[in-house]
Design a protein around this ligand. Structure first.
Ligand code: KIV
Length: 285
């Protein structure tokens, strides 16, 4: 199990920004992986609604429900008690009203033990960020490529490439910060735009995903890092180890050993003393 670690808090995260030390953030959806991330010293975990794709096999994040998120976030919290845990608000859990947004953000805190929530969207979502932070719940904004709006954005592509579109993202970042977001994730925007927004942020931690090296910290999707998502590998992801290949080889080995009667071997089963077995035979006669 995990080694003792100090709990990552909001002041700790701002301290890292102050010290110029990039913050590490990964997605995670289950207990054993959370435990490994806790042991590795990962500072933040996002229980993303990307679990709809990585864990449940949907083609988008849209079918994911609050109950799915709570179940996975609770498991992650049990595996990683000391990371700063962020619950990702799924599609239509916050868009309809401030009230719904606050109630669902509250579920992440009360039922799953999260430290903060994240939601997607720019100026239009500023009232949600304000309502959630007014309720005492730390909130993170998400700009650039926002997967819940992928149809409106025309697919999974870089956002803010022109000056006009980049200005909208930069303005949105300012508006979300003013609404109370303590952090903003910039997904798939040009590195120079990410740098500019990071430099302009006053009291807000800017995290990047596929947006270059200048943010205060980096987020990666765990399944992309370890070759565990079979459908595609995005350019923004680096493969740090091919766990998918290791597991596949293990599965093939299992098939071979069972078919070849190599597994189970003597050390994998339990015997019975001769006298007990003899008694059993008699009992069965
Ligand atoms: O759900 C998720 O994992 C996310 C990332 C794509 C940023 O929101």
């Amino acid at each position: 199990m995990s080694e003792a670690r100090k709990k990552v808090t909001l002041p700790y995260l701002f301290e890292k920004v102050e010290q110029g030390e990039p913050i590490t953030w990964l997605t995670c959806y289950d207990f054993p992986t959370a435990n490994l991330q806790e042991q590795a010293g990962i500072e933040m975990i996002l229980v993303g609604d990307s679990l709809g794709m990585t864990m449940l096999g949907y083609d988008s994040t849209l079918p994911v429900k609050m109950d799915d998120m709570i179940r996975h976030a609770s498991a992650v919290r049990r595996g990683a008690p000391n990371v700063f845990l962020v619950g990702d608000m799924p599609y239509m859990s916050y868009q309809p009203s401030n009230e719904l947004a606050v109630l669902n953000a509250g579920r992440f805190m009360a039922e799953a033990g999260c430290d903060a929530i994240k939601l997607e969207g720019g100026a239009a979502m500023a009232p949600r960020i304000k309502a959630i932070t007014d309720a005492g719940i730390p909130a993170i904004g998400h700009l650039g490529l926002t997967p819940q709006s992928v149809a409106a954005l025309g697919g999974f592509k870089v956002q803010g490439k022109s000056a006009d579109l980049a200005k909208i993202i930069a303005d949105d970042a300012r508006i979300l910060e003013e609404a109370g977001a303590f952090a903003i994730l910039l997904e798939l925007v040009p590195d120079r735009l990410c740098k500019l927004i990071t430099e302009r942020a006053e009291n807000c931690i800017i995290m990047g995903l596929g947006s270059g090296p200048h943010a205060h910290g980096q987020l990666l999707i765990y399944h992309d890092m370890f070759g565990l998502y079979p459908k595609f590998k995005p350019k923004m992801a680096k493969v740090f180890g091919n766990a998918g290949e290791v597991i596949l080889n293990g599965l093939k080995g299992y098939c071979e050993e069972v078919k070849g009667k190599v597994f189970p071997a003597r050390e994998n089963w339990f015997g019975m003393p001769d006298e007990e077995f003899e008694s059993l035979r008699k009992l069965l006669k």
